[in-house]
Design a protein around this ligand. Sequence first.
Ligand code: HEC
Length: 148
Amino acid sequence: MLRIPFPEILAVVLTLCGTSAAQAAVQTHTVTNYLTHCGGCHGIEGISGRTFIPVLRDQVGVFSCSTEGRAYLARVPGISMSLIRDDQELADVLNFVLFQLGGKSTPAGTPHYSASEVHELRAHPISTTDLLSLRAAVLSRAQASCPH
Ligand code: HEC
């Protein structure tokens, strides 16, 4: 059945982020950015279905267990080359992906991405002819570094 989870996502985000109206506006903008620029491929709730596009929900956080994996997340083409050109806005979307969609897969204590970190990383988009092999290698090394 078709569901429209936008209000749900928004409610979660607003609850987690306190009551400030300014913060709420940033969060709304971040979710809208995700839906506009990422959701078409990754699904509005981070579940892309049976495609080659990775599921983000409850999974993406594993990458942040290694420095290499953390860099990978900001360097994948969908992110580094995103039409979201503002680094802070992109960092907000990446943090939304990691800390909201990623759920428990993101280890406690993982730092948020800053605009300057995103700026550095997106300047070096991944360039390889075999992204899926690279992804598998980065993922298995990150998995091995996760706290157990
Ligand atoms: C055209 C479809 C498409 C769009 C749009 C897109 N992505 Fe992706 N994304 C992919 C594919 C495919 C991969 C797998 C790696 C690759 O082949 O680039 C990926 C990988 C990722 C990953 C790494 C997760 C993993 O398991 O490999 C993250 C995080 C991610 N995308 C987030 C985003 C965000 C955030 C946006 C919006 C700013 C976005 N993507 C836009 C298709 C897309």
